[in-house]
Design a protein around this ligand. Structure first.
Ligand code: PEP
Ligand code: MG
Length: 379
């Protein structure tokens, strides 16, 4: 196979107009030939600048746009808080309209940077308290100098949103069930941006991803929110694929239920690792991972390199059960493992269609994906 490739003229480096291709670009171009039709490489990125970087490094689409990162910008946070604090439908609708406006701009920049390539937008995932100030520091301020009326309201909201185990609490699709407004707003803003892009002569390819789904009923409900928004949108029917993250053991085990309602799955291997090992992502790595590695209790950090024994078994099982129900189901991975060569080899053998990683890891993923394809026994 290399003989054929070496006989071909080298393609110019991606995104570098006129510049002589450097050796990495040549290698990556060869790798692309090898993995074409087997294992795609997309990037995880949340803004137009990162997306442009990802594209210049050869990403074939955006695999995960974490929309919460857009909400955390200093100009966005006050509007998000307005939405959380809103009393009554009218106030909430006004705050959501304001957010729709800024999200539309965010999505427009993303779709422009990735024109013609698929962009997977994940609806809001984190618990709402992440957008509110810390209760303890507000309590301290209250004791020392008192709080403004606005701060009093924020403090009360933060207390109401506080959960003992927020990573297992009101987050992901559950947010959409408990507070439907933000999800509907995000889908509408995305449709607005896609319509504007298409009107300008572009080719938006949009996918909406639902986080943390664990039952078929949840996904059916979430899918209907997206489909209703598409049907009601003034642009008329836009093509929007709807899929889900598979990031809990239940979701993997019940992949057949989910696949009946999904166009694609993306394995959220960060959460899947956390929830299957029962290792908190926030605590275990810092406190005990190095000790566990030193003492040989685990062979590698499972947050970096996929644990093929257990997480791998869940993924293989979900692939088989999902495809049995929906043979057209597209399968990807968007946890940190999507940029790790050893994990990419596993994902290739498990039959995934693409991996998704940070823009900086895209060249590594392109090379690792080609190596994984070359190592496949059928070749
Ligand atoms: C994951 O859980 O693997 C994932 C990509 O989602 P996040 O890291 O945002 O929870
Ligand atoms: Mg996750």
């Amino acid at each position: 196979m290399f003989g054929d490739l070496l006989a071909q003229p080298v393609r110019p480096a991606l995104g570098e107009k006129g510049a002589p291709p450097d050796s990495l670009a040549i290698l990556c171009a060869w790798a692309d030939e090898i993995r074409a039709g087997h294992l795609g490489v997309r990037a995880n990125a949340d803004n137009g600048a990162d997306e442009a970087l990802a594209r210049s490094r050869g990403a074939e689409g955006i695999g995960l746009c974490r929309t919460e990162h857009l909400f955390l910008g200093p100009d966005r946070l006050p509007v998000v808080r307005k939405m959380i604090l809103a009393v009554g439908e009218e106030e909430e609708a006004a705050a959501l309209d304001e957010l729709r406006e800024v999200q539309r701009g965010d999505f427009a920049a993303i779709l422009e940077a990735m024109d013609g390539l698929p962009v997977t937008v994940r609806l809001l995932d984190p618990p709402l308290h992440e957008f509110l100030p810390d209760v303890a520091s507000l309590d301290l301020k209250a004791a020392i100098e008192g709080l403004s009326a606005e701060e009093e309201r924020l403090c009360e909201a933060a207390r109401n949103c506080k959960e003992q185990n927020p990573m297992l609490g009101t987050r992901g699709v559950r947010l959409g069930v408990v507070k439907p407004g933000p999800y509907a707003m995000q889908v509408r803003a995305l449709l607005d941006a896609a319509e504007a892009r298409a009107t300008a002569g572009g080719h938006p390819v949009v996918e909406v991803m639902i986080p943390l789904t664990v039952t078929g009923e949840e996904l059916a409900r979430a899918r209907s929110w997206v489909e209703d928004a598409v049907a009601e949108h003034p642009a008329g029917r836009l093509e929007v694929a709807v899929g889900t993250m598979v990031e809990t053991p239940r979701a993997a085990l019940k992949a057949d239920e989910l696949a009946a309602r999904a166009d694609f799955f993306s394995f959220g291997t960060n959460d899947l690792t956390q929830m299957t090992f029962g290792f908190s992502r926030d605590d275990v790595e810092a406190r005990m991972m190095s000790l566990y590695l030193e003492r040989g209790l685990i062979p590698a950090n499972p947050f970096q390199t996929i644990d093929q024994d257990a997480i791998g078994e869940l993924i293989r099982l979900a692939v088989t059960r999902g495809r049995a129900v929906n043979p057209a189901l597209k399968l990807g991975v968007c946890g940190e493992h999507g940029g790790d060569p050893a994990s990419i080899d596993f994902f290739s053998r498990a039959g995934l269609d693409h991996v998704r990683c940070s823009p900086y890891r895209v060249p590594i993923a392109r090379l690792a994906a080609a190596q994984a394809v070359l190592a496949m026994p059928s070749r």
